[in-house]
Design a protein. Sequence first.
Length: 74
Amino acid sequence: MQFFVQSYQPIQEFFSGKTVGITGGTGFVGQALIEKLLRTCPDVKKIILLIRKKTGISPDDRIKQLTSLQVKQS
C-alpha cells in the first residue's frame, strides 16, 4: 500500500496577505485564535470579527473589553 504525502504550506505563508473572518472572537477559543494569528502571522492582511450584542453589553463595549486584555508573558 502506498501513502501519498501532501506537502502543506506553513501557517504564516498560508495567511500572508489574507483577510480572516472570525465569529466567536470574544470567547475563550476565539481569543486564543486571534492572539495566535497576531503573534505568528505578521503578514495577515485583516482580521474581521463578528461580535453580537450580549445582554446589557453592546458589541462596541465587548470589543473594548477584548482589546484591553493584557497577555501574561512567562
